[in-house]
Design a protein around this ligand. Sequence first.
Ligand SMILES: [Zn+2]
Length: 441
Amino acid sequence: MPELSTWVGLDDTDSYSGGCTTWTAAQIAAFLRDKLLDFPYLIRLNPEIPWKTRGNGALALHVSTLGPTQEEGIKRILAVASRVEGKTDPGLVLVSEGKAPRWLSDKALRDVVTKRLLEKALSISGETGAVQIVGLRPGLPRGLIGAMAAVAHTWGDYTFELIAYRDDLTKKREEVLSDVLYMDSLTAPVTFLNVDREDGQPLIYPHGPDPVLFGIRGEDPNVLIAAHDIVRNTSRPWVIFKTNQATNEHIVDIEDASRARPYTTVRFVAYVVDKPQVLQGGHVKIFAKQGATEIQVMVYRQTGYLNRISRELLPGDKVLFWGAVRPGKVPLTINLQGFKLLSAVKWEDEKPLCPLCGRHMEKTNFGAYRCTLCGVRAWDPQIKPITRRLRQGKDYLPSASAFKHLMKPWNRRPLPAAYQFSPAYIESQQNPHKILSGENY
Ligand SMILES: [Zn+2]
């Protein structure tokens, strides 16, 4: 008989005041360190949900079955976390092994989970009393969808993030660029998104008032520990999360662009119709078509490199586009997250030269050409080869500083290894006895 196990799922303990659900999860993980069966999971959900909290991240811990003491400890941690935060509505669930429906996770990652769907999921899962909901306010907690979805997550591609926390929120984070650069030079590409190479800004430090000191993302938890030791300020507690960040898991491939739905991120093939238009403010608008379906591709200035390079597209280019569908727009409008040039236009029409005087002819109203000097006519333009800056088959992506959690960097080299969890991947400073005695730890 396999040992019985429990899942702890939680979400929405951060809300607007800039707390951080990962911090609550980190404390629970430290408290249950010896009961953990795998890394704590940090699952990023659909980033296009308008009512999400900042990172739309949910957390899950897989632990061997808990006794009443441990359950009590978890509730205490949750209560303290939300007392600090004030207006949050944290949702925590304790779910028996295998009782969270897989489809809920898929839906929460790529689509919208309605209240009705959540209730359906709960009724299935709760049939045998397998789901215990721990909320701090009456009714179903708002974070319940994320909490259930994190527990139900099915792993495909994955990465790790080591998150180090600070104990004093009033102190400014000490950002040491030279350390980050040195760490990056030794560990990339096994670690990634450490630095924005365009402007030399470190990307491991968040800027909000949350308890995160820094986060280092990568493929190998052991390399993350080494990277952590290089960056200064190493005395704080830290936790390594297994995560779906940097996997592009939020993207849905669709054959037919006309079926793209709001609040989803889609990827499809289309042809560029016009030269990209540069709008006021530096944003770029590209008109594209897939069959009869017209598509507007918006490339915001904030995407940096993607915005600049997208201006190189030409009418006739066959392109794989991916981006978030904007709700309520006709024609279909996406906010571009990346593109790949599948087939590039290589020739360009040019006004033909007059065989008599050698000057370029002018276009007439009838689509033909005529030399204004000699009156010589020609029907067809000349064609000349175009030198393209864009390379076929390459992924063009935003600047590193514009990356969102789920977006996959171009240089990610997933390592095939499976990492066995050990409590050494959690560096805790807290005393479990303090949690149980109710002291403010
Ligand atoms: Zn002429």
